[in-house]
Design a protein around this ligand. Sequence first.
Ligand code: 5GP
Length: 118
Amino acid sequence: MSATVYDKNNIFARILRGEIPCSKVFENDDVLAFHDIHPQAPVHVLVIPKGEYVTFGDFVAAAPATTVAAFFQAVGTLASTLGVIDSGYRIVSNNGTGGGQEVPHFHVHLKGGKGAVA
Ligand code: 5GP
C-alpha cells in the first residue's frame, strides 16, 4: 500500500512549525504532545510524531522502527505523567475520513480521567 500524500499545511504541521500555538505537555526529538482544543475527557491529549505521516499505516510502514518504538513509549510515559493510570484511559487513532480522521497527520488521542470511558 502506498503512503498517502502529506499536506504540509495541515493544522498539526503548522503547530509543529510554531505557526499556531498549542498547550504543550511533552516534546522530544521525535514526538510532540499537546492538549486537544476540544477535550472529550478530563484529560485529552494528542500525541503526534514530528515526521510527516498521514495515517497509522503510513507511520508504521515508513518510520524507522526506533521512531515507532519511541513514539509508543512516549504515549505510555504520558499516561503515567498525566495521572490517568488509576482512572483508566483510552488510546485511539482515527484513520482515514471513513475512520473519523479530521487532521491528516498521524496522531493518537490519549483520553483519561473520571468519565473518560462513557
Ligand atoms: P481526528 O478527528 O483527526 O482524530 O482528531 C483531530 C483532533 O484535533 C480533534 O479532537 C480536534 O479537537 C483537534 N484539533 C483540531 N484543531 C486543533 C488545534 O488547532 N489545536 C489543538 N490543540 N487541537 C486541535
